[in-house]
Ligand binder design. Structure first.
Ligand code: SF4
Length: 288
């Protein structure tokens, strides 16, 4: 099996077998994202995917987790997805969980009933890049949906019983919109009540459209202290029940982990200490 281009997967799929079901991202227009810029989006043919599954099975028989890449594999037609999931279950009899990247648009191409069917075929977790709950930020970054559309899609996944992992991007509002980004992202996530919530930090690639905006002074990056202030506002405004929260990615200035809301005060205290003691990974911040 030969992967096409760079392959991305969520941190929690680090030990999964990664199978490319689609190539690239069907949206591919977010200003901060360069992950799939070099790839023209296409869905792989059923047989190409099955060939990859068979080939990998020669090497790895006892696979517990499989992740379907690239950026938005849930956009595949229902028949194709069902066919691929069925093949996975037939070939890999020990597989416990199949995961997938989902976008709001790809989720809305499936009804709740169809998502339930996919769940019954072992599709157990979907990863959704929410990025922000603020409409101005979503529009500025060309996410292609507003917060209401994001909410509708996320709730559809939840209703199907597939576990939902969401991601918010710290710093995405820049200096002008950071408060609205923090508060409205917290409001949206509180309505979604995802199973998992990751908070990553915006790191700007030179080739991104966002980098051009920074060079033209249309977007001002937050410094590490401002990112942590924003994180405090975000966490403080979250109203969750038992969401597993992680902000311990390589991009984060301070490592945070807990269950929200029960660990809210501890997490806020950890950020306050990091700010007071200047105990954060300042070297990650490469530009102002
Ligand atoms: S952030 Fe997600 S939806 Fe946006 S271009 Fe990148 S992969 Fe596609």
């Amino acid at each position: 099996m030969i992967y096409e281009g760079v392959v991305y997967r969520p941190p929690s799929e680090a030990r999964s077998l990664i199978i490319q079901a689609t190539i690239g991202c069907s949206h591919n227009k977010c200003k901060f994202c360069t992950m799939y810029k070099g790839k023209k989006f296409r869905m792989k043919k059923r047989q190409e995917i099955v060939d990859d599954l068979i080939e990998m099975h020669n090497y790895y028989k006892d696979v517990k987790r499989i992740f379907l890449a690239d950026g938005d594999a849930l956009i595949m037609k229902m028949d194709d997805l069902k066919y691929i999931l069925t093949k996975i279950n037939e070939l890999y009899e020990n597989v416990e969980r199949i995961g997938i990247y989902a976008s709001p648009r790809s989720i809305m191409t499936k009804s709740v009933q169809e998502l339930k069917e996919l769940k019954s075929l072992n599709l157990k977790i979907a990863y959704l890049g929410v990025e922000s709950g603020d409409d101005e930020v979503l529009e500025l970054m060309n996410k292609g949906v507003n917060s209401d559309e994001m909410l509708k899609a996320a709730l559809r996944i939840k209703e199907s019983g597939i576990k939902l992992s969401t991601m918010i991007l710290s710093g995405l509002g820049g200096k002008d919109l950071y408060k609205n980004h923090a508060i409205n992202s917290a409001k949206l996530i509180s309505k979604i009540k995802p199973d998992y919530l990751s908070l990553l930090t915006l790191l700007v690639e030179e080739s991104s459209d966002l980098n051009k905006m920074i060079e033209e002074d249309e977007f001002k990056l937050l410094n590490p202290k401002e990112v942590l202030d924003e994180t405090k506002i975000f966490i403080d405004n979250l109203e969750l029940e038992k969401t597993l929260f992680r902000s311990n990615h390589a991009s984060n200035y301070v490592n945070l982990e807990g269950v929200l809301n029960e660990d809210k005060s501890r997490l806020l205290e950890e950020i306050s200490i990091a700010l007071r003691e200047n105990f954060y990974k300042e070297e990650l911040f490469r530009r102002l």
